[in-house]
Design a protein around this ligand. Structure first.
Ligand code: GCU
Length: 661
């Protein structure tokens, strides 16, 4: 009897948990679970684990016509791409390899889920980048640097024996949006990552990810030979050191034959690197490149370098890397943060893009919201990613956008890649905020096709994650599309940057100026407010960072009249009474921007409250409570910044702006 009750309870509860609306299903909410087409309606040749996954997705979720999956040698040039052709009787997906077929299957499932036409398809897709990679900043102790979705997904203590079902769910989610590579561990890497027992664990993850087309990479600590191998040093020109890396690399490839390569943060923020031995970044990167080369591995060498010095931090990476152009081996790619400082709500693009003419370059974006309200604030990042990608560097003349510089369409790049610092953790909803899932989604979709518009991405994501009801999609879409600009307004409008509270980077601290602390970590270093005005003079009369941009940008940015107003205080120290384009003084404009940021968030709250009929109660409440926090934080930012800056401007807050309390 007891058993019967238990079974009854499980039977009754199972559907509930299966359809749990806790966000765990991400965007993968294909309709009518377990009612796909029968296996005999799928035509395919050969046996391959990736193909098996593609077929399983179809038999579980595809409800349309019969499908043929074909690999064709002649389509190898599409790399992971595919061709889909259809009529109402049949769909043919063809690709150079099985990964392409799997991506094609996710494509048609997406069309089905968003209720798009699937009967007249004639699509050719080829990814913008070869390597579409997530960088996890996960530590071996289970913590995640700048992670706001709980602890790490990787359970190092349990591996290699106990395997969480989430590893495969994670791989599937990535595959569904075209992500094909992951760095498992923090760029501030522990040498232990390369210990044999850890590599055994990595192997298990690599085996799970492989059929989903995903390769594993590791962040490595430059001092590993010394710390782990007990060598006398880690000098890249020392033969023993070179041999250590060679042996370690062979060991890795024995375990993981398709291992992707290394990501390296060297001589940056206290991390060890080749400069410790008087060598250059190129010496360090090339040593690793040499040992990876026979296996087809690559080195992603980060350009995020700066140190406390008289030189403007925004100029330092360029100064350090430019002289090394042409000195890197061809399996090295320099990984450059989108902006020259550090993932701020708004930065100009990093001047290194395009400036390195003989070196492969890739962009690094931050999906995790270190500087954008953690997982509390709703900030949709596709517009930020696209702003950088679409920026024209003028490096090879007009039209040399960051996207084209990095995707190989302008230059003959040996490797093309794009990285996003993951926002994923063990939280049930993966990202700590349901709307942060959209940023994971957006990164993957843009890595696949950087020409997609933010609006297209939002449309897809909303319809897949919630509903296709236009009464829901339209207002929520507006909210998402404006959310990044809103965050800029209530945090750091007009080009202000890095005025965050020290270290944790959540709230405002424009007054931050710890005595004896590193000046380049202090907010006052960045805003330079005084009685005359506010902003960092990066023109010729100041740090001359503008000179690192190609003509005509150096002049456009360098001239206060032509500098885009959204970057004004990034490049100029501007008098409080300076007249802005709309006729307001700078001070009034600042007040107005902070205030409109706050008002927009309140507007989002109202929009969301009206969405209750279209969303399940659980997700509705989660989002509602997050927006409440965001709204309070926006006021906190506005009040703190305006009251602080007012001590310099000594000007009144305009009458139509909400008074700080
Ligand atoms: C930021 C971040 C650090 C991180 C660093 C990096 O400075 O705050 O936590 O390690 O970027 O990208 O290396």
């Amino acid at each position: 009897m007891n058993n019967f009750r238990t079974y009854l309870l499980i039977f009754l509860l199972f559907p509930l948990s299966f359809f749990a609306e806790d966000g765990s299903q991400l965007w993968l909410r294909f309709p009518n679970v377990k009612k796909g087409i029968s296996a005999d309606k799928i035509i395919s040749k050969g046996k391959n684990p990736t193909l098996e996954i593609a077929k399983k997705e179809l038999t579980t979720y595809w409800q349309g016509q019969m499908i043929e999956l074909r690999t064709e040698k002649s389509l190898k040039h599409l790399k992971d791409g595919y061709i889909i052709k259809s009529n109402s009787d049949k769909i043919i997906i063809s690709a150079g390899k099985e990964n392409g077929l799997l991506y094609g299957v996710y494509h048609i499932l997406r069309l089905q889920q968003t209720k798009s036409d699937v009967n007249h398809l004639n699509i050719t897709e080829k990814p913008s980048y070869d390597v579409r990679i997530l960088n996890h900043w996960d530590n071996l102790d289970g913590s995640v640097e700048r992670g706001y979705a709980g602890k790490s997904l990787w359970k190092w203590e349990d591996l290699p024996n106990k395997i969480s079902p989430r590893y495969e769910e994670y791989a599937r989610a990535n595959a569904s949006i075209g992500i094909n590579s992951v760095v498992l561990n923090n760029v501030n890497a522990s040498p232990n990552m390369l210990r044999t027992d850890y590599l055994q664990k990595v192997k298990v993850l690599a085996n799970i990810f492989r059929p989903y087309g995903i390769k594993v990479y590791l962040s490595v600590n430059f001092s590993s030979p010394k710390v782990l191998g007990r060598l006398e040093n880690s000098d890249p020109l020392n033969k023993n050191v070179q041999n250590w890396w060679k042996d370690k690399t062979s060991e890795i490839y024995k375990l993981i034959p398709d291992f992707g390569g290394f990501l390296v943060k060297a001589n940056s923020e206290g991390q060890p690197g080749p400069q410790d031995y008087g060598r250059t970044h190129a010496d360090g990167a090339n040593m690793m490149a040499d040992v990876l080369k026979p296996f087809g591995g690559i080195v992603m060498w980060r350009a995020f370098v700066y140190s406390p010095s008289k030189e403007d931090r925004a100029k330092q990476a360029y100064l350090e890397f430019l002289p090394l152009d042409g000195k890197f081996k061809d399996n090295v790619i320099v990984q450059i943060k989108n902006g020259p400082i550090d993932f701020q709500p708004r930065e100009p693009f990093n001047p290194l893009f395009g400036a390195l003419k003989k070196t492969s370059e890739m962009a690094e974006f931050q999906i995790t919201q270190e500087y954008l309200g953690f997982s509390n604030h709703l900030v949709f990042l596709a517009p930020l990613f696209k702003e950088t990608l679409e920026s024209d560097t003028y490096a090879d003349g007009k039209g040399s956008t960051v996207a084209k510089i990095t995707d190989g369409s302008l230059r003959n790049n040996k490797i093309t890649a794009i990285a996003g610092v993951a926002n994923i953790g063990e939280d049930t909803n993966w990202t700590g905020n349901i709307f942060a899932q959209a940023n994971w989604y957006a990164f993957g979709r843009l890595a696949w096709n950087h020409e997609l518009s933010s609006e297209q991405i939002v449309n897809e994501w909303l319809k897949m994650t919630f509903t296709d009801n236009q009464k829901f999609v339209n207002p929520v879409k507006e909210m998402m599309l404006s959310s990044r600009e809103t965050a800029v307004d209530y945090m750091m409008p007009l080009g202000l940057h890095h005025i965050f509270a020290f270290d944790h980077h959540y709230g405002p601290e424009p007054w931050g100026n710890i005595q004896g602390g590193r000046p380049d970590w202090m907010p006052v270093y960045y805003h330079k407010a005084d009685e005359n005005g506010v902003g960092f003079d990066r023109t010729k009369s100041g740090s001359n960072a503008v000179s690192q941009y190609f003509s005509p940008l150096n002049n456009t940015f360098g001239n206060i009249e032509t500098c885009p107003e959204n970057l004004l205080l990034w490049f100029h120290h501007v008098p409080w009474s300076y007249q802005m384009k709309d006729g307001k003084t700078l001070w009034e404009e600042l007040c107005f921007k902070y205030d409109s940021g706050v008002k927009n968030v309140r507007e989002y709250q109202k929009i969301w409250d009206k969405m209750e009929p279209y969303v399940d109660a659980e997700r509705f409440k989660q989002v509602q409570s997050k927006l409440k926090i965001q709204s309070k934080d926006a006021v906190w930012w506005k009040d703190a910044c305006l009251l602080y800056f007012q001590t310099f401007s000594k000007m009144p807050i305009p009458y139509n702006i909400e008074r700080p309390v």
